[in-house]
Structure formats: structure tokens, C-alpha cells
Design a binder for this molecule. Structure first.
Ligand SMILES: Cc1cc2nc3c(=O)[nH]c(=O)nc-3n(C[C@H](O)[C@H](O)[C@H](O)COP(=O)(O)OP(=O)(O)OC[C@H]3O[C@@H](n4cnc5c(N)ncnc54)[C@H](O)[C@@H]3O)c2cc1C
Length: 318
């Protein structure tokens, strides 16, 4: 989707007058008022952002941050929106999506590649597989961007992003660019210190193992994708796994044992194929999904004496 200033709906007063789209200085990009976010998330639910922008360059990003600071607005970052539940009441301040920060470079000598925050993870998995580079086959079924995957320490098939990460470049809210090492990001299961920080991921460098038979790496990547398609419901909107796996058992198993597959509130349902997925199966609201999450948590707490921690990030008020 290409956004243009003409697509803005100027009906939201936040700066003391009726706002219209605001072009960023020295850029084709504009700040869009009252912008619907539902289509920018994999759950396909949620309200509007007071303001929304999709920077295409570091300059756009710096200008957007400076504008938010001048107007004292909070900033929220969106990648591909595949691990987010956005409130029906929307998100205050400026929502900034990094999905159009795109560029990738490969170094065949070292097997390292650097990808900008907006690059889709599955596309990268296929690109490196076709070069015969091993080490990213696990990533093929994760429908996020580099930015979101770096923040979440995305992973699958017993591997995770931090296994092959060399460095991350981030921008702080003052527009300065910093380089961070994996050690500085304190990675663990689906966690990095970027969660809850104000840093915006610009790009990340990964080290893989080059020089393998291309067909072999492509076949392994394809096997991983097929495995996931068989075990997980990809046909309806979701955020993937809703809960982190506790140490004792997989969250899906704990939920399934309680007979909660198919449990539904409004248009939100615990998936039949995988109990750790909640599906938007019939025009769910974000509140429907939130209510199912709380119900499942309460049931697991009551029967297993365990508190399931959500992996999905909540934006806005519930
Ligand atoms: C069908 C399906 C299957 C999935 N399977 C998996 C899986 O196997 N393994 C797994 O780990 N995840 C999985 N996920 C969840 C999700 O795809 C990952 O968490 C992914 O890494 C999120 O990336 P994103 O770009 O969509 O980030 P978003 O959902 O947009 O954001 C996630 C978090 O990262 C922050 N963020 C995003 N971009 C930036 C940036 N540039 N700078 C700073 N902060 C940023 C956001 O503020 C938010 O806190 C799945 C999701 C779906 C829908």
C-alpha cells in the first residue's frame, strides 16, 4: 500500500485546529491524521492512530521524531504488525511504521548480510537459501519484518534470531544513530532489551554459513514452511502464538488439555489446529480477542497454577 497525502482523513483535532496531512520537510512522506491501523496488523483489528507515518529514509525518520517531540506526542513503532493487538480505541500520539525502510546487502566473502528494518523475514529466508547460505531456514514462516524480529528475538525450529545476529543499528528519539551488539541487547527466549525501549531498529547484520548446495538449503527451508502450514492455522488472521511457552510445558498443550480449542467470544476463537493461536474468525474486535486471552489465562491459572505470559504486544487501552 502506497500512502499519499490525499488518503488522509482530516477529522481529528489534536493540535488546536482540524489537522490535515502534514508533509515532512525534504521528503515525499506525510504525517497522516486519524489513520486506521487494522489493515496494518495480522489480526486485522484495532482502531486509529492519532497520527501515522511510514518513513522511507533515515531523514524521514529523524523529521518524524522531531515533529513528535515538538508537539510532545508519544511514539509507537509498528513493523509488519504480526505480533500486535491494537485496541479498538486506537493509539495516542504518533505511530511510526518502519515497513518501508528497505535495503539489503550481501557479502559473499563473509556470509554476512545486512537488512533494513522493513525487510520481510520470509523473503530474506528465501533469498539466502537460494544463495546456498545456511542458518536462516528457520525464519521462513515468520511473517514479520527485521525490526520486529530483532526486538522480539523471533524464532522457530529450535533456532532464534539472536543465534546469527552480529549487530543492530538503532535510532534514538533525538535522531542519533547507534550500533548495538547482541550482548548489549540481552537476548533470551522471545526477549531483548529493545522491548519497552525508545530505540528504533534501522537495520541488522547477520552471519550465516555460505557455500552450501543451494538445492539442499532451499529444500530445508521449504520443509520448515510445510511443517508449519500443517501444524498452524495460517488461513485466518492471528498473531501466531499468543502466549510464551512456560518452562514446564508448551502453552498450546496446557490450553488444549483444558478443552479450550474452539472456545469463542464474539468473533475471536481459540484455534482448533493449535491451541496457542487465537483466530479472528468472524469480524472480531480487539476486545473480543483480549477477552479470550484473559479467559484462557484465568482457566490455565485455575487448573495448572501457572500464569501464561502473553508473547503478543498490546497497544492502546483495553
Ligand atoms: C501466522 C503467524 C506465525 C508466527 N510465527 C512465529 C514464530 O514461529 N516465531 C516467532 O518468533 N514469531 C512468530 N510470529 C509472531 C511475529 O511474526 C514475530 O514476533 C515477528 O518478529 C514480529 O515482527 P513484526 O515486524 O510484525 O513486528 P510488530 O508486530 O509490528 O512489532 C512487534 C514489536 O516490535 C516492535 N518493533 C517493530 N519494528 C520495530 C522497529 N523497527 N524498531 C523498534 N521496535 C520495533 C513493536 O513496537 C512491537 O513492540 C507469528 C505471527 C503470525 C501472524
Amino acid at each position: 500500500m502506497i500512502l499519499s497525502c490525499e488518503t488522509a482523513r482530516p477529522n481529528f483535532a489534536v493540535l488546536g485546529h482540524t489537522p490535515t496531512a502534514i508533509p515532512l520537510p525534504g521528503s515525499d512522506c506525510c504525517l497522516q491524521p486519524n489513520f486506521s491501523l487494522a489493515e496494518l496488523t495480522s489480526f486485522r483489528v484495532g482502531g486509529t492512530a492519532d497520527w501515522f507515518v511510514t518513513p522511507r529514509t533515515h531523514h524521514d525518520l529523524q523529521e518524524s521524531l522531531a515533529w513528535a517531540q515538538r508537539h510532545d506526542l508519544p511514539i509507537t513503532i509498528l513493523g509488519a504488525g504480526s505480533n500486535l493487538l491494537i485496541s479498538d480505541r486506537g493509539v495516542p500520539g504518533l505511530v511510526l511504521s518502519t515497513r518501508y525502510l528497505k535495503q539489503t546487502s550481501f557479502d559473499s566473502e563473509t556470509g554476512q548480510f545486512t537488512a533494513s528494518a522493513g525487510e520481510p523475514i520470509p523473503k530474506l529466508a528465501w533469498r539466502v537459501a537460494k544463495r546456498g547460505w545456511k542458518g536462516f531456514e528457520w525464519a521462513v514462516g515468520i511473517p514479520g519484518t527485521v525490526g520486529g524480529a530483532v526486538v522480539m528475538n523471533a524464532g522457530a525450529h529450535q533456532a532464534s534470531l539472536s543465534d546469527c545476529l552480529v549487530q543492530v543499528r538503532v535510532m534514538d528519539t533525538a535522531g542519533h544513530i547507534l550500533t548495538l551488539t547482541p550482548e548489549m541487547l540481552r537476548y533470551s527466549y522471545r526477549h531483548s532489551s529493545l522491548q519497552g525501549s525508545n530505540f528504533i531498529v534501522l537495520d541488522a547484520t547477520f552471519a550465516l554459513s555460505p557455500g552450501h548446495e543451494r538445492a539442499e538449503v532451499v529444500a530445508e527451508t521449504n520443509r520448515n514452511l510445510q511443517k508449519r502450514k500443517q501444524s498452524q492455522p495460517y488461513h485466518l488472521p492471528s498473531c501466531g502464538s499468543v502466549f510464551r511457552n512456560p518452562e514446564s510445558h508448551a502453552a498450546g498443550w496446557l490450553i488444549e488439555q483444558l478443552g479450550l480449542k474452539g472456545y469463542q467470544i464474539g468473533g475471536a476463537q481459540v484455534a482448533h489446529r493449535h491451541a496457542n493461536f487465537i483466530l479472528n474468525c468472524d469480524n472480531a474486535t480487539a476486545q473480543d480477542i483480549f477477552n479470550v486471552i484473559r479467559y484462557v489465562q484465568a482457566q490455565v491459572e485455575e487448573h495448572w497454577s501457572l500464569t501464561l505470559q502473553p508473547e503478543v504486544k498490546f497497544l492502546g487501552e483495553f
